[in-house]
Design a protein around this ligand. Sequence first.
Ligand SMILES: [Cu+2]
Length: 188
Amino acid sequence: MSKTTNCSLRPRTKAASPGWLIAALWLLGMAMSAPVALGADADDATEARAPIPLVRDAYARAVPPGQGNSAAFMRIINPSAKALALVGASSSVARVVELHTHAREDGMMKMRRVERIEIPAKSEVVLQPGGLHLMLIELKQSLAPNDLVDLRLLFDNGSATEVTAQTRAIVPRADLSGHPSDQMPHSN
Ligand SMILES: [Cu+2]
């Protein structure tokens, strides 16, 4: 019996057990919320499976009690060589979470639901007030500043990413359009 290769995880074991290495790298990527240095090996390994989207700087709009809706924002990074798209989201704090963007219609910025948010290969998209956002519809609770909002993001490759967004008081932005782009026209 030769028992020689159980000692440690080394990239050069890749050829011997690519499946195991891929699984390990994938778990590493899922477990770490800090930026992961994705070298060529990791990139190649993840190409075979689902690309790993990395989510950074997630936050949500604090809203007073009785407010029906809120919104969440973040950066979504696609480190892989394949395009990726966010196609859905959910949260325990809202009955429904929709993907929204702002578009200019008749000279005014209005919110509009979108089916998917594309994240091209090796790039990132920023969800931010006045632009793309996750709409938290029919809140089940108030969201005071510094509350935590759990979000589950679904991607078109079948992967899901759990994110925690801390709430902030966000002043509606008027600078993009000249009109306050308050996030609440669903209920107004
Ligand atoms: Cu919206």
